[in-house]
Design a protein around this ligand. Structure first.
Ligand SMILES: Nc1ncnc2c1ncn2[C@@H]1O[C@H](COP(=O)(O)OP(=O)(O)OP(=O)(O)O)[C@@H](O)[C@H]1O
Length: 250
């Protein structure tokens, strides 16, 4: 197991958000976090990444407690892609190079440059290298921020709605790249998503949140009309195209 979450609970002074959250992610796995707006998906990612301090619970990456790690150590363990990020006056190249920050001691190494160039090519961003972030479309920017996280070469990637601005082709391509990296490097990804059918195509495991707690979690067997209806409060049916279930609102 690469990521181990035990009994996480977080509340803002005004309201409780998540509680009793325990789950594990294995090496090579993509976990999709699903649930309605405001249920606590982003809050959960922020608690894992130490941006928020949970009132209860423990987060272990490779058996090490994240709250005991130094900042650079944490950045080598966890790469985080939030919904809003990036300095508009940085170029694409410099932004992705920032992902190497935890590894740079005195100067940028040839390995750092190699990783950045590889990731830019992987994400089809090489032609954008010298553009400033404020000269990009929302989808292009989203790909750059994901590229930065990949350049970080962390053990766990936390991705908050990484495909929200992407067109159909880029949604599939970017998730395919993330899945390939997770499998080939035997790391893990935790991805919050609204598109349940996209999650079904790419995630290995699913975790449904409801009222701040885990409603159900598991593999493809948890994708049932009953579960989806309970979580999202709309009637659905689940049809199968070959082996792939597709959730259709009725
Ligand atoms: N800084 C804050 N102070 C108080 N409440 C907050 C704060 N940030 C978020 N919340 C509340 O915490 C709850 C969980 O928010 P969160 O952003 O984690 O939800 P989410 O599941 O990611 O939602 P969405 O799908 O809309 O992105 C919401 O009710 C939200 O209003």
């Amino acid at each position: 197991m690469i990521l181990d979450i035990q009994g996480l609970a977080f509340k803002y002074p005004s309201r409780p958000v998540i509680q009793n959250i325990s789950f594990e992610v294995q090496k090579g796995e993509c976990l999709a976090i699903l649930g309605t707006n405001g249920v606590g998906k982003t809050t959960l990612l922020k608690c894992i990444n130490r941006i928020l301090k949970p009132q209860h619970g423990v987060v272990l990456v490779e058996k090490e407690e994240v709250f005991k790690l130094s900042r650079p150590e944490l950045a080598k363990r966890i790469g985080y892609v939030s919904q809003r990020q990036g300095n508009p006056r940085y170029t694409v190249f410099d932004t992705v190079l920032l992902g190497r920050k935890p590894y740079i001691k005195w100067d940028i190494s040839s390995r750092d440059l190699e990783v950045v160039n590889q990731v830019l090519a992987l994400m089809d961003l090489t032609d954008f290298s010298l553009r400033f972030l404020d000269e990009l479309s929302g989808g292009e920017l989203q790909k750059v921020i994901i590229a930065r996280a990949l350049a970080q070469e962390a053990d766990v990637l936390l991705l908050d709605e990484p495909t929200s601005n992407l067109d159909l082709k880029n949604q599939y391509e970017v998730l395919r790249i993330i899945k390939d990296v997770v499998q080939s490097k035997q790391i893990a990804a935790v991805i919050t998503m609204h598109d349940i059918n996209l999650a079904i195509r790419f995630a290995d495991k699913f975790l449904f949140l409801k009222q701040g707690e885990i409603f159900t979690a598991g593999g493809m067997e948890v994708i049932t009309a009953r579960n989806v209806e309970s979580v999202y409060s709309i009637p659905v049916c689940v049809e199968h195209f070959g082996n792939v279930p597709v959730v259709l609102p009725l």
